[in-house]
Design a protein around this ligand. Structure first.
Ligand SMILES: [Zn+2]
Length: 322
């Protein structure tokens, strides 16, 4: 089952990737723009409504688009899923879509965000050239150096006004503004999957596939709680606290009662150094340093167990902030 919404900036390669998924898994790409054009061309009931709205120079209402989506998803080829493209564009639409999909028993599996840096998008879009005769789209970055004509018919290629740099900048800004709330929305619902959209086409396709097929993680399981692994991570710091505990009977008994394996007689300092970085990142390294310092300090003032314990907790806090 592959019921997904595809998000991606102009130039992200979204269309190409959707085509490839469609080809491989036989699920239709459902683009709201295509649905509209098709409905208008076929003169269906919704198509007629849409046409009269568009002829009046107004935007087609969400209800019409949702109606078209409902119709499209009821066809047999959508039984195993769909790739929705171009809809929703805002939270209201996302909510209406959600209600519709629940109603027809085809809820979303995932929202894939094809992630490409703005400078790359800019480069791709600004490099686009089109043959006015046959419509083939080229990119100056993939054309032979100096080539300015169509490979098929020799016609001089041109750049669409939309693909001029200053216009692209605006298009990307509009996209960002529009999409940010959606990204947050789907992220909160645990549906969002970010796919790195740069690199070889084949690689990106593989990442898309993996993201589309991955089983969703229920939101309740995403929450960060104390796991055995985290408890283990604490241990190196506890070990380093051990020398501090020598002499201080209270601290010593605490260190023992914690599940730290207290076999280590050898070099507790280096143990802390070598294990703590593996625990996680800078915060852990810092606290490892601190705790070994603290350990050194408190070998003198043997009663001071507090600094070492504090340091032991710090990595956990740092992780939670992220
Ligand atoms: Zn041509």
């Amino acid at each position: 089952m592959m019921r997904i919404v595809l998000l991606g900036a102009p130039g992200s390669g979204k269309g190409t990737q959707a085509q490839r998924l469609m080809g491989k898994y036989g699920v239709p790409q459902v683009s709201s723009g295509d649905l509209l054009r098709d409905a208008v061309a076929r003169g269906t009931e919704l198509g007629k409504q849409a046409k009269s709205v568009m002829d009046a120079g107004q935007l087609v209402s969400d209800d019409i688009v949702l109606g078209l989506i409902r119709e499209r998803l009821s066809r047999a080829d959508a039984a195993n899923g769909f790739i929705l493209d171009g809809f929703p564009r805002n939270i209201d639409q996302a909510n209406s879509l959600n209600a519709l999909l629940e109603e027809i028993g085809q809820p979303l599996d995932a929202v894939l965000l094809l992630d490409v840096r703005n400078e790359t998008l800019m480069q791709r879009l600004a490099g686009r050239r089109i043959c006015p005769k046959c419509g083939t789209v080229y990119n100056i970055h993939s054309l032979p150096a100096g080539a300015t004509t169509c490979e098929k018919d020799g016609t001089e290629l041109y750049q669409r006004p939309d693909d001029k740099e200053e216009v692209i900048g605006k298009r990307l800004a509009v996209y960002d503004q529009q999409t940010k709330p959606l990204i947050e929305h789907y992220s909160k619902l645990g549906l969002l999957r970010k796919v790195a959209g740069e690199g070889e086409l084949e690689e990106v396709s593989e990442r898309m596939e993996a993201a589309a097929l991955a089983k969703p993680v229920p939101a309740s399981k995403v929450k960060v709680t104390k796991t055995p692994a985290q408890a283990k991570r604490k241990n190196p710091a506890v070990k380093s606290a051990k020398p501090a505990a020598k002499g201080a009977s209270k601290a010593a008994s605490k260190a023992k009662s914690s599940k730290a394996k207290t076999k280590t007689k050898s070099k507790p300092k280096s143990a802390a150094k070598s294990k703590a970085p593996a625990a996680k990142g800078k915060a852990a390294r810092k606290s490892a340093k601190k705790s070994s310092k603290a350990a050194a300090r408190s070998t003198k003032k043997a009663a001071r167990k507090a600094p070492a314990k504090k340091a032991a907790r710090r990595p956990t806090k740092a992780r939670k902030k992220k």
